[in-house]
Structure formats: C-alpha cells, structure tokens
Design a protein around this ligand. Sequence first.
Ligand code: FES
Ligand SMILES: [Fe+2]
Length: 383
Amino acid sequence: MVFSLPLRSPETDPQGASPVPPAAHGLPERFLLTAEHYTNPQWIPIEQQTIFRRTWLYVSDGDRLLPGMVWARTVAGAPLLIVRDNDGELRAFYNLCPHRAAILSPQAGIHPCQKLVCPYHAWVYDLAGDLVGVPARDKFPSSFQKEEFALRSLRLETWSGFVFVCFDDTAPPLAEFLGSIPKYLGQHRTAATQPLAAKQYIVACNWKNYHDNTLCDYHVAIAHRTTLNQVQGPIRHYQHQLEAFVNLLYTPTTADWQAENPILPALQGRSREGFFTYGIYPNLHLLGLPNGLLAWLHIEPLTVESCQVSLDLYGDPEFCPPTETLLAEFEAFMQEDMVLTESVQQGYASGAYTPGPVNGLEARIIHQQQLIWDALATAGAVV
Ligand code: FES
Ligand SMILES: [Fe+2]
C-alpha cells in the first residue's frame, strides 16, 4: 500500500484540494504562516487559548506516577495536578482550591500524597478530588454543601501508558485524535519497555518554527545527510499519510538498520518493516522503530522567540541500543535542527521575509499549519 499525498500548490493545481481553505474562513490565500506569527508576542496568549486549550496535550508516561502519588505541573499555562489514586486510577485536576483559588500543591514535581490540604484555609481533598474536610465549617451558611466544591477536573486519557490531558470537553476522544498511531505503534510498548532517556533543550526559536522543522521532509537528506537521513533512507521511499490531527512519514527500515537491530517479535506487517515519524497537532512528534523504540519530541512555547524541546526515549533495553548511543544519535540531528531553527527565527525577525513556494516534501508542515490557521480563525483571532 502506498500512502496518498494530497498536497497541491495553487500555482500548479488551482482546482485541487487546498491544504488551507482560505475561503472557508476568510483567510488570506496563502499556505504558510507569516513571519509575524513567529515573532509577535501577541500570539502567545491567543495560541494558549485557541490551540493548546482546545486539544489533547501529551504529558508524560503514566508509569511515572505510582498509586498515591501526585504530580504538580503546568500545562498550557494552567497549574495542574495529575493524580493516581490508591486504586491506580489516573485523574487530572486544576491545581487550585475552589474556595479562594490558592494553589493547592505549590511544589512542582511528583510526590506522595494521600490528602491534598490547601495551605490557605486548610480545606482537605482526597485523591478523587472530593472535598472531605473544612475547618470552622459551622461558620459557613447552613446551605453550604461540601459536595459542591470538589476540585475542578479536566479530561485525562492514556494511550499505551502515556498520559494526555485535554481542557476541551468537545474535543474527540484521544483514540480518535491519534488516528493511525495506535494501529501502527500500539504494540511497540511491551511489559519490558522502560524510559531510556529524557532530556530538555532550550532553543532560541518560536515553538511553531521547531514544529515546522520536525515536520519538514525536504531538509532531511540535506541537513541531516549523515545523521537522521541514514535511518530514514532515500526520499524515493518516503510515504506520507495526512490524517485529521496527525500526519505520518513512513520509511522502510534500511538494510544497514536491519543488520544492526533486532525486531520486536510481536510486531506484524508495516509495524515491523518501517520507521514511523508522526507529527501530532499542535506541538508533538512520535517516532517509532521496529526494535520497539518510541521517541517523543515535545515542543513547549516559552516566549515568542524561545521554546523548550523535550526528548523522551522509551524502549526495551534488550532490543534497543545503549542509552548513550541513542542519545548521541538523537542529539546529532537535533543539534543540526537547533542551528537551522534559530537561523530561521532570525530570518523571520528580519522584516524581509514573505513565505516562499511549497515543496511536496513540506506537506506535513502545511497539514499542521492548516490546523493552526483553523484554530486561530475559529476563535476570530486571525486578521
Ligand atoms: S483558598 Fe483553599 S481553603 Fe481557602
Ligand atoms: Fe530536522
């Protein structure tokens, strides 16, 4: 099966399906975000509301949270608590007290917890988020019902043990959002899979710039000739698949890779034959190889011209190369990308750039930028 590549440019196929439907949203007829979208700080709060608060967001591996543990962290600018109760159930709450909005658990990170006690007036919550203790309760009106003041929750779902949260009740279920990922990478995680490495990088570019780069299949054979290109193989074997929220570059594993790597016995068909490089709206990438390696690349906006790129590597140590080797391989092409994305950021900031033509190997960038356009337009934020 060969995946379709429904990218057309208006110059060569004016009747074709446009990857950005300008007329539908009153958008200017162009295919790429402008330099202004990467350089104007006004977009950061708008993006938080119209993009990050409207879709599924990768958090981490759920196995990091043992029963009776709480993880306080910020997601899309909101203070959250990810909780695993004593029965093993995962939940997500806003990390704030319904009484007077105090941050319930000000210490970031994972810690054991059986009860959440607000530091302000000591309301007490259990790990299901229910209010179970109220000091000076007799001083509240008799109409006060503690059942009405549970912690405010948000959606949490997992795929293959990985935790995602969503602020929007109208977003589709996670399994639908992830498209073909569960089908092709659902067997890569086994009982022996472990976190192999995790590392963060601060990059002097807008988060969309780094996302674009990681979606770009035009530069790999050029900028990553001796690194990532050695695993992805020649361009003639590239196969693309564009789905509702995710997109895929599929490449058959190369003979060199097959000679050096064992394959997970449980994998079948395309899952055991290829290298899957998924781009996931709005700021996530998942790479999967038939030795069971799963690599998440997660791009968090910091300022309009800086972001944090997090690399999380998972796999079975019996099947995957040593951690130092893996990290060196990833860092080799990521360092190449950091140079490029920081260079592009300077170009965007120059005031002299308007978007150039789109190559077919940039299809996955266009796919994600259409979703960003749609999100901004739906919220009336695109002018
Ligand atoms: S703000 Fe938490 S108990 Fe008052
Ligand atoms: Fe790259």
